[in-house]
Write a new protein. Structure first.
Length: 168
């Protein structure tokens, strides 16, 4: 499948892949589409459109995204016994200040943190995913703010095979 996928990629020379791109990343797109090469290629193109739109990220200390991260909405708590990073996400913080942050700011802040984790806390071939704890204190999954729903959708589409376990 990887050879067939690589051939499909090479048939479209207009696509420019970053230096770090490898077959392991190709496999995550193939597996996420249940081994459907055409869907995997479309998902890959969608990923690069999203990635190029959001990165490189120009974040300043006064940005609302940084202020959101400083609220404790999502943060890295440490590592588990297999050295996977543990992320804590607290949707009730967004719910309490829903008027202060829109979905784009929530996604930008989280993508910044998650990409930082990918770049600095994961080791290809050894530590490639994380654990997430969703803390619904004071709220429930049924009352989740729309910004958090959009965040979950965006991150699940663009950080493929990164979530090892999610504890609610």
């Amino acid at each position: 499948l990887v050879v067939e996928f690589r051939k499909m990629i090479n048939d479209h020379p207009e696509n420019v892949f970053p230096d770090y791109w490898n077959d392991g990343l190709n496999l995550s797109f193939i597996y996420s589409t249940e081994c459907n090469i055409e869907k995997a290629y479309k998902r890959l193109i969608d990923y690069f459109e999203w990635y190029n739109k959001i990165f490189p990220m120009n974040i300043q200390p006064e940005d609302k995204s940084i202020k959101l991260l400083n609220t404790g909405f999502t943060y890295v708590y440490g590592r588990d016994h297999q050295f996977r990073p543990i992320l804590v996400c607290q949707p009730y913080i967004i719910q309490k200040s829903e008027k202060d942050y829109n979905a784009d700011e929530v996604i930008k802040a989280s993508a910044f943190l998650f990409q930082y984790i990918v770049n600095n806390m994961l080791i290809p071939g050894q530590i490639e995913n994380w654990i997430m704890i969703l803390n619904f204190e004071g709220t429930s999954p049924l009352k989740m703010p729309d910004a958090v729903k959009q965040l979950i959708k965006t991150l699940s589409e663009n950080f493929l095979s990164r979530l090892y376990k999610c504890f609610v």
